[in-house]
Design a protein around this ligand. Sequence first.
Ligand code: NAD
Length: 247
Amino acid sequence: MGKLIEQAADIIINSKSTIALTGAGISVESGIPDFRSAGGLWEKFDPAEYASISAFRSDPEKIWEMLREMDSVVRGARPNSAHIGMGELEKMGYLHYVITQNIDNLHQEGGTKNVIEYHGNSSTLSCLWCGKSYQAEEKRGEHPPRCECQKILKPDVIFFGEAIPQEAMSRSFQLASSAHALMVVGTSAAVSPANTIPGIAKQNGAKVIEINKEITHLTGTLTDIFLQGSAGEIISVLVDAVKRKGK
Ligand code: NAD
């Protein structure tokens, strides 16, 4: 592992443009379960049943049972050493953008400024009918939260079956096309279209560093360096190596 960390650090130090694609796995150590974690939220609420836009449209009150629990898990979470380490890499000038599939705001709380939220953010709510927006905070006492037009509000996160925000999609494509290095952290890369980002970067010559507890379909195909383990532990060691070897 030590040698692989050194190689990954060299790639990051020598890259003119490094971006990261992160997924639910990076927030597991903050107490937010990914879709695979045993126990917790997703054992109670099957994402296939609760996380689609058609389910929300047909029975928003039912989906709010899941959203309310998710909100309390996300609200209590704090950035872990992986989020903080990525913030440090950005500050040192070695990480230029984080594209995250997460909706938990932990990259920003961990100190990263350049974050693209590919699947939106749970801190605001919108009305699908009249378009009015609210801060989630101001509606926290209401179950389910309603718009002034009396329709049930939806958090501004992307449900299965919804389009990715155009700006996030085009900016991510642009960044992936010109990146020299891509860190892929805590994602199974199973959810489309976010999972096209590693292929776009690789095709354009980027080195791919994958950090995950388990192998994925990228490991051994697209990935140049696979660092197996928990994101918090690996990123802390990687940041130390970059500090030691960098200018
Ligand atoms: P996923 O659940 O499909 O995969 C998570 C990956 O993280 C797995 O490959 C797993 O091996 C790895 N992992 C788990 N714990 C880890 C750790 N401590 N360190 C390193 N790797 C770890 O997640 P996904 O690929 O992000 O796709 C699921 C979708 O669910 C995404 O669209 C995401 O928006 C959404 N989601 C978000 C959150 C969040 O905001 N925190 C939580 C759950 C799901």
